[in-house]
Design a protein around this ligand. Structure first.
Ligand SMILES: Nc1ncnc2c1ncn2[C@@H]1O[C@H](COP(=O)(O)OP(=O)(O)O)[C@@H](O)[C@H]1O
Ligand SMILES: [Mg+2]
Length: 343
């Protein structure tokens, strides 16, 4: 338990997911140090390692062998997620450690995932930061979808930016699929499958256009909900001065191609102190508080604290998973479309 915080209604309980499709871009490093930076700003923070099978957030926080893991919650050794909250050396910062035990996490069943998701919002903190794994598996996308705000961490390499774009596209498809359960559009499956329509649907925007042509009011509701989800972008490991603009260019490209406006939260320079501090089990912000990367992360934390969404998050996050299932609501077709399109 976060002692003394139970039932504190003034806590923001704002969930931030950190993802981006590719491994090694700095998601765990950022999650850990953003947690520290927010805690330094007197926020109560919980960081959760949701990289199933690749959990190493504790290492970025300088914790060698955490006592409790997410596995204890998933295999029902404990009933409440609060029971696996661990203290960290940083005041106001707690950790929920991930699990690397294949028996505990292999193919996390849907029911377990929902159980986990439902408990996120009950955690007593101002900020709950979800450190996600790479890839675009349904688990990763669904965890991202539960957040009030999603941060994409990319690095200035074509493969990373391609993966980040793919992640955003897969995420939007997954989000749309959930929204179609909430706002069913009559015969949507059959209408999309209709050969006359199917060939014209190549991108996410085509799909929205098609839905709009069937049901203008329904499509508007869905589009509004889609717009409520806000993305932030962090470009990490920038090496040269010439790379300074890459975040802005990538942000424009995503707006042009996918119609999504991301907040550019900022660049973080490549810094050899980072891997060496991880090796020493020393969090970056603690071991090198004045490094450029540390300043950049503190600036990002301040930007997040100043965001409008903190006052009234409109995205429904975890509640998307507590909706009643409707009978005719299995838009598998969205997966096919997802495979076909490219940015
Ligand atoms: N700005 C940076 N400069 C140098 N190394 C970095 C930077 N950000 C992260 N790293 C290093 O990159 C590696 C991968 O980071 P990590 O946070 O584990 O990535 P992810 O969680 O996205 O897989 C780690 O060794 C980390 O120390
Ligand atoms: Mg990681």
């Amino acid at each position: 338990m976060v002692s003394g915080l139970e039932g504190n209604t003034r806590l923001k309980r704002f969930v931030i997911a950190v993802g981006g499709g590719k491994g090694g871009t700095g998601k765990s490093l950022l999650s850990a140090n953003l947690g520290i930076a927010l805690a330094e700003l007197r926020q109560h923070v919980i960081v959760i390692d949701l990289d199933l099978g690749g959990a190493n957030l504790h290492t970025c926080l300088g914790i060698r062998s955490p006592k409790a893991t997410l596995g204890d919650f998933l295999n029902k050794k404990v009933g409440k997620i609060e029971k696996i909250l661990l203290p960290t050396p940083i005041p106001r910062l707690k950790l929920i450690n991930g699990s690397n035990d294949p028996l505990e996490i292999a193919n996390l069943p849907y029911a377990q995932k929902i159980r986990l998701i439902k408990q996120f919002k009950n955690l007593q903190a101002d900020f709950i930061i979800l450190d996600l794994g790479g890839g675009t598996t349904l688990n990763v996308l669904d965890f991202f979808l539960t957040a009030d705000y999603g941060i994409i961490v990319a690095i200035p390499e074509p493969t990373s930016m391609e993966n980040a774009s793919l992640f955003i596209k897969c995420f939007m498809m997954r989000h749309l699929k959930r929204l179609l359960k909430q706002f069913p559009i009559e015969n949507i499956q059959d209408r999309i499958k209709d050969p006359g329509n199917r060939d014209s649907v190549r991108t996410f925007r085509d799909l929205l256009r098609l839905i709009r042509s069937f049901d203008k009011a329904g499509a508007r509701k869905i589009e509004t909900k889609l717009e409520y989800f806000k993305f932030g972008l962090i470009m990490n490991k920038l090496r040269e001065h010439s790379e300074a603009q890459i975040g802005n260019s990538y942000q424009s490209m995503i707006r042009r191609c996918l119609g999504i406006q991301m907040d550019y939260l900022g660049p973080i320079t490549h810094d050899e102190k980072i891997p060496s501090s991880v090796k020493k089990f020393q969090p970056l912000l603690v071991g090198h508080p004045h490094a450029r990367a540390s300043h950049a992360i503190r600036l990002i934390a301040k930007r997040i604290l100043g965001m409008d969404q903190l006052v009234s998050p409109l995205h429904e996050g975890a509640s998307l998973y507590t909706q009643q299932k409707t009978k005719k609501s299995r838009p598998e077709i969205l997966h096919d479309i997802n495979k076909k399109k490219s940015v």
